[in-house]
Ligand binder design. Structure first.
Ligand code: ZN
Length: 456
């Protein structure tokens, strides 16, 4: 999370479940009846190999890839046949750093005095559907009130990607996730919990005991990994970017608790000091990292830790001058971070981290293409499918969806995009999902089928 809640919420608690129940009565996602789907004469990029296999036939049964064959597959009358001539089948895209709820709203939305939760959630639904129509079939949500939205999507009430949820982010007092407004005082000394905590955005937890409770509370609600704030942020009012957050023992407590549930802790951290402490405590993934040095990168490599990072831009329409100033070293840092990480062959994952700037959601695909500066089309596609999929798999048994993700192989989950052309030759095809993604399949279901609309 990069940005900060500098103002109080006027909302009170969301009562999300009842909101989704209301919306469920107006939004129902109906499906065409078919037993199986076959993509005929299609080129295949499997997510990990630097080539496209021409003239393949791919059969989907249920939510899995059942057959991949160079010879035509016999079909029953109830099989939906899709002619993939001239098109390429690739795994669904994955964004491993999103905040589904807060990425759909502006600060102004949150602060409106008489705003209704259902109005806010309509916006979240719209952005969530947009995301899957951009070809993003899976995301990792790294902080926010996510469980009800995830449930609504998984139950077919809302459209959207598969979500690997972290739940509320966990922060020390005065840390990057301490989202209190100036007049809100510490719960420990003054009583009531803060609005942002009540809202499910964050846990302010100090000391081993509170950290353990916060981690376990998230796990209880189905968190697939735990997100901790290990250092300062670029736009927050109270925590300078250079500060280190959480003692070794507090961080270790989170790691122990996550590992007991077979999953891992990922941390928000920019500086070498914060990253080194996190790695020593057993953290398995670093979010951001734009201020790290070569020594820290070696530590990441040696410990097989994931580096999950982004391409930030220096300026967006609503950015205040203080934030722009604080962000500058991070923007400069990413220019060396990406090529260094590539050179040292660390486990790299890509995400967007849009927050309170919903207009940026339109640019998700273009943000992926910013990697062209350092990576080949193959490397970019592999990162957004196979590599990001491997990071999702780090959740082990806490992964909410059983089966392989980010690959096209027999037995893998059927999350697929049918691209008009060959994205390994022309990666810019990814930038225009509306025109170029003819089919979007998630969990074996046709989320989009341009053939049905346009013919051809
Ligand atoms: Zn974030």
């Amino acid at each position: 999370m990069r940005q900060f809640f500098t103002h109080q919420f006027y909302l009170g608690k969301f009562f999300l479940s009842s909101v989704f129940f209301l919306l469920a009565t107006v939004q129902v996602w109906t499906q065409e009846a078919y037993e199986a789907v076959v993509f005929q004469n299609v080129a295949v990029f499997n997510g990990s190999t630097n080539k496209v296999l021409a003239n393949q036939h791919v059969l989907i049964k249920g939510n899995q890839i059942a057959v991949i064959s160079a010879t035509p597959i016999n079909v029953t009358p109830k099989t939906k046949v899709i002619d993939g001539t001239g098109k390429t089948l690739i795994p669904g895209l994955i964004d491993v750093h999103v905040h589904m709820v807060f990425g759909s709203l502006t600060m102004r939305d949150m602060m409106m005095p008489d705003v209704k939760p259902e109005d806010l959630y309509k916006k979240v639904f719209v952005e969530s559907e947009k995301m899957v129509l951009q070809g993003f079939t899976s995301v990792r949500d790294v902080g926010g009130p996510i469980f009800d939205l995830k449930k609504a999507i998984d139950n077919g009430v809302a459209k959207g990607p598969r979500i690997w949820p972290s739940g509320a982010m966990i922060s020390q007092t005065a840390g990057h996730g301490d989202l209190r407004s100036p007049e809100e005082r510490s719960r420990r000394f003054f009583g009531p919990i803060s609005r942002a905590e009540n809202f499910g955005a964050t846990f302010i937890a100090d000391g081993r005991d509170e950290v353990l409770t916060a981690v376990r509370e998230n796990l209880r609600f189905g968190a697939s990994q735990i997100k901790l704030m290990a250092g300062g942020g670029t736009s927050s009012a109270y925590d300078p970017v250079d500060v280190t957050q959480y003692t070794f023992d507090e961080m270790r407590a989170a790691v122990e608790s996550a590992e007991d549930w077979g999953t891992y802790v990922t941390v928000h951290a920019y500086t070498p000091r914060a990253i080194e402490r996190a790695i020593k405590a057993g953290v398995k993934c670093i979010e951001h990292g734009q201020l790290l040095d070569e020594k820290t990168m070696r530590l990441i490599k040696k410990n097989k830790v994931w580096l999950s990072t982004q391409n930030l831009v220096s300026d967006t329409p609503d950015m205040d001058p203080l934030r722009r100033e604080k962000r500058k070293p991070v923007i400069d840092g990413q220019e060396t971070l990406w090529p260094l990480a590539k050179k040292m062959k660390v486990q790299l994952a890509w995400g967007t981290d849009f927050l309170f700037e919903p207009w940026l959601n339109e640019e998700r695909n273009q943000y992926l293409l910013k990697l062209k500066k350092w990576f080949t089309p193959y490397e970019i596609l592999k990162m957004a499918t196979y590599d990001n999929g491997r990071l999702l798999a780090l959740s082990g048994n806490r992964s909410p969806y059983k089966g392989k993700i980010g690959v096209i192989e027999v037995g893998a989950l059927a999350d697929l995009l049918l691209v008009d052309g060959n994205p390994l030759e022309d990666i810019d095809l990814i930038a225009q999902p509306e025109n170029n993604f003819w089919v979007i399949m998630k969990d074996g279901q046709l989320v989009k089928n341009k053939f049905a609309v346009d013919g051809k």
